[in-house]
Write a protein of this length. Structure first.
Lengths: 384, 70
């Protein structure tokens, strides 16, 4: 039977304490209109994970991306700074870069050849004043550089704030930065064998919801649970910022000859056996362990389609090739084990009388924390 | 079609942008009017900028000296 509160005011029902709250109603997973609304309220006004800086390792490297329908250009400029621009010319709005490539000199628009430096400056406007005349009094190059999207890099992750008015990243996420400050050291991307994508027929929020609780581990990941039992886990709840779960029993991957990955340096003793897995709102899933880290960037493609971009990081260059490949394979297996769950919950959201469901007060606090954040931001957005 | 024109079309067709720099500069040298010279120098400059060609700075100076570039 449906909870009467959930029918009267669904968002208010979500914002109840975990013991009595309902989850977000079906429309938040099945309605393209709500998806669009949530895109504005949850993804464009916050610090969303876009890509990793390792995608553009050298100056001049450029990668065009489409994120939330927006054409963007991830670029490492000649000075080495990673930037995100609108991937369009300021003249007629033509797409500038179609494929990942190295910008040798300037970015030339393929339409009328307006050229931009890799730091976004408009450097020439050929024939703009007539044939052979490259200036015009009304075309002020200083005001017509590429439109840059506010970005911030943390642990190689490129976060963007589309609206441009979110609090500074360091302020917005001070709690997690402090919690994991021991990991403020180089994170070395494992390379081509340490990245993969998963296309999942689900709303991006379900990937967050599943990731941040340990309740499902014994059933969905029996391999993990064999050494990291449910009772070894604890909830992590930081309202309005992040939630997830930790374990007190992290076991390093070890090869037959005893090889392990090198540890991050000078970690507190907790990390000898501990590990934490956190969803940093809105769309970044993180794993922190003594010898490697990973990030899953959730790319919302539609209300019922998400692409998961997975990257693994190490504390040092030149880690053991076989061990690194094994690690990537094992994590991929774990993440693939979650697919039937998030796709099943997505299909379940078409059940006509489903009321958002209920939460286990003991086990689902991290998931409810995320729902509460979604509901609060959405309500604020609707009230504006 | 002149030999230069044919070489320009071939370079465009093959996407040989470094070659376009020198070919358009050659066209500028052969141009009969200041306007035509400005046009071809601009073409050379754009491809020099795009490719990071070492002639970009010189082409810029020439265009700027003739009031065609900022």
């Amino acid at each position: 039977m449906s909870n009467p509160k959930s029918l009267a005011d669904p968002l208010a029902a979500v914002r109840q304490p975990v013991a009595t709250a309902n989850g977000l109603p079906n429309a938040h997973y099945t309605d393209p209109g709500v998806f669009s609304e949530e895109t504005d309220a949850l993804l464009k006004t916050t610090w969303a994970g876009l890509a990793v800086a390792s995608d553009v390792p050298e100056p001049g490297d450029a990668v065009p991306l489409t994120f939330l329908g927006m054409p963007l250009l991830l670029l490492r400029d000649k000075a080495g700074t990673v930037r995100v621009f609108n991937n369009v010319c300021r003249h007629r709005g033509m797409i500038l870069v179609e494929e990942p490539r190295k910008i040798e000199g300037a970015i030339r628009c393929p339409y009328h050849s307006w050229c931009y430096a890799t730091d976004g400056r408009l450097v020439t406007t050929p024939h703009v004043g007539g044939p052979g005349q490259n200036t015009d009094p009304d075309i002020d190059r200083a005001t017509l550089g590429l439109i840059e999207v506010r970005s911030h890099i943390w642990h190689d992750i490129v976060f963007i704030n589309i609206s441009g008015d979110a609090p500074a990243f360091e302020d917005q996420h001070a709690a997690l930065l402090s919690r994991w400050d021991a990991f403020d050291q180089p994170h070395i991307h494992g390379g081509a064998d340490s990245r993969f994508t998963l296309d999942v027929a689900t709303n991006w929020k379900l990937a967050v919801e599943n990731y941040c609780e340990s309740y499902h581990l014994p059933w969905v990941h029996p391999g993990l649970n064999s050494y990291s039992r449910l009772e070894d886990h604890y909830n992590i709840v930081a309202p309005e910022h992040f939630s997830g779960q930790g374990t007190r029993v992290y076991r390093q991957l070890t090869s037959e000859d005893g090889t392990t990955f090198p540890d991050f340096t000078n970690l507190p003793a907790f990390w000898d056996h501990g590990a934490e897995y956190v969803a940093l709102y809105p769309n970044v899933l993180l794993g922190a362990q003594r010898d490697h880290a990973f990030v899953i960037l959730l790319e919302p493609l539609a209300h019922n389609q998400t692409r998961e971009h997975v990257h693994l990081y190490y504390a040092a260059q030149n880690t053991d090739d076989t061990l690194r490949a094994t690690n990537a394979t094992q994590w991929k297996q774990v993440f693939e084990e979650d697919i039937f769950v998030v796709e099943g919950m997505q299909r379940g959201r078409s059940a006509p009388h489903f009321d958002g469901g209920r939460f286990s007060p003991a086990m689902d606090a991290p998931t409810h924390c995320f729902h509460d954040w979604v509901a609060a931001r959405l309500q604020t957005h609707r009230d504006q | 079609m002149s030999g230069l024109e044919a070489r320009l079309l071939a370079a465009h067709s093959e996407g040989e942008k470094q070659a376009l720099v020198t070919l358009y500069e050659e066209a500028a040298t052969a141009a009969k009017t200041p306007e035509a010279q400005g046009f071809f120098l601009t073409q050379a400059y754009v491809y020099a900028l795009e490719t990071g060609h070492p002639k970009a700075a010189d082409l810029h100076l020439r265009l700027k000296a003739s009031g065609r570039e900022a």
